[in-house]
Design a protein. Sequence first.
Length: 293
Amino acid sequence: MDIKIGGVPEHFNSPLHIGKEQGLFSNHGFNVELISCPGGTGEMIEGLKNAKLDFAIALTEGLMTGIAKGAEEFQICGTYVASPLTWAISTGSHSSHSSVDTLKGANIGISRYGSGSHIMSYVLCEESGWQSPADQFQFTVLNNFTNLRNGVNNGSADAFLWERFTTKPYHDSGEVKLVGHIAAPWSAFMIAARKDILQSLDQKLNSLLDCITQSCNTFMQNKHQSSIDYVAKTFHQQPQDVEKWFESLSYADDCKQVSRSMLERCNQTLLKANVITKAVEIHDACYTNITLI
């Protein structure tokens, strides 16, 4: 069965690429195509809507926001990365901004509206206590990570948010400047799929999710050996940085399970940050046959 899975071109999706190379999916009857989505969760949501993707490994907050704002084409069907995502807040290399405190009312570069880089900017405002209209961020859509880095150096934006280890090589090189971090209080990446695909897969969904779980388990079992080498080489990271990334990383023990309390936490944070105006009903957001724990 042909399956198109979208994901960001980042180290988190290494298990899927390794699993495909080793024949894990094909051995279970799945012809998996891994589609790179540099535009992040916003791009993947559009891909699910227009059927360019069957599945997406996307940010929890982005999927929840998309569903809250009326997206009916997909549902959450599993957990991928259980640990939270830490976002680096970056400015241009010669920017006058040297801390988060000076970013009140700034122009923030984002990949797309509804993406994690957009949503977490609202969460940053809420956590910083910037509630008045004058304190709120303005946004400039720059589409992808490369444009975001360029944007803070050419004046298109004052700052942007992106996953910290993906951004770190550019902090180390001096291309962009790190001014702070913010962590989301929920699991980083969930698995979502189009409703029609979920219905057509039926019991085969469990088999596909088990393949993803196995890929992640194998990747973590080799985290002191081949996995470090793979990530360092593929994503141009220093091995010591990859080791630090592994220290804070945990994939789902069973991708077929989804934490109800975790999604509720996400709901409440998005409401408090005014990203959404009405909480998502968890039973509507999640596929009927998954295990809510």
